[in-house]
Ligand binder design. Structure first.
Ligand SMILES: Cc1cc2nc3c(=O)[nH]c(=O)nc-3n(C[C@H](O)[C@H](O)[C@H](O)COP(=O)(O)O)c2cc1C
Length: 203
């Protein structure tokens, strides 16, 4: 084994180890509203379930040169966000939504995505996702970083409404093959669902 002390190497090298080993990562396409009511969208793969009772999700938004990204700023100000699962049909648009546009310009329009009204929050969702979760912000934590400056904003979102395309759900269960999620690998790589298999859980 090669032993590596993260404190003894550059941040970039730690980043490469993390994004190359914690794979595949599901991708959240997150919509938020700016103060002026412009719909913002961006993809995030530092994304996971924290709890199912109540339904809580985490999205970690890295700071860029010490600055909060729009998604974190908007979610913290308005305390609402919509999280969409990226799939084979919308991954290219989700990638387009990662472009850095001037403030006030919507990545949604630029990526050719279609806003749809939400039921339980003010932030619209996107019609192109088969599964989206309307969320309120439960907590936001400033974490990490160097020299006393935070390195990321960890958003903890509580789902207040699931919006599920009829064709991917049966008896309350999601059909993974019909959802066809796409996940993030290192670099510019993505992956689709691999081979599925089951294991019986030990007593
Ligand atoms: C597939 C994908 C996954 C990404 N995951 C993250 C992530 O987990 N955290 C992060 O801070 N940025 C991530 N990014 C970069 C952001 O999407 C990008 O910085 C975006 O411009 C942020 O938009 P915003 O300023 O509107 O919030 C990812 C980009 C792509 C294409």
């Amino acid at each position: 084994m090669i032993s590596i002390d993260p404190a003894m190497q550059e941040d970039r090298d730690n980043y490469k180890l993390l994004i190359g080993s914690v794979v595949p990562r599901p991708i959240a396409l997150v919509t938020t509203l700016t103060e002026d009511g412009v719909l913002n969208a961006a993809p995030f793969s530092y994304f996971s379930i924290i709890s199912s009772t109540p339904p809580l999700l985490s999205v970690s938004v890295q700071r860029k040169k010490g600055q909060m990204k729009d998604t974190a700023r908007n979610a913290i100000r308005q305390r609402e966000l919509v999280i969409h699962i990226v799939d084979e049909t919308n991954v290219e648009a989700a990638n387009q939504a990662a472009a850095s546009l001037p403030p006030g310009e919507s990545e949604v329009t630029a990526a050719g995505l279609t806003p749809v009204d939400s039921e339980a929050v003010h932030v619209p969702g996107l019609a192109e996702a088969k599964f989206r979760m309307e969320c309120v912000l439960e907590h936001a934590y400033e974490l990490g970083g160097t020299d006393g400056e935070p390195g990321c904003d960890l958003l903890i979102a509580r789902v207040v409404r699931f919006q599920v395309a009829e064709e991917i759900i049966q008896g309350g269960r999601i059909d993974a093959k019909k959802l066809a999620p796409v996940s993030r690998m290192a670099g510019d790589y993505y992956s689709t669902l691999g081979q599925l298999f089951s294991l019986e859980r030990p007593q």
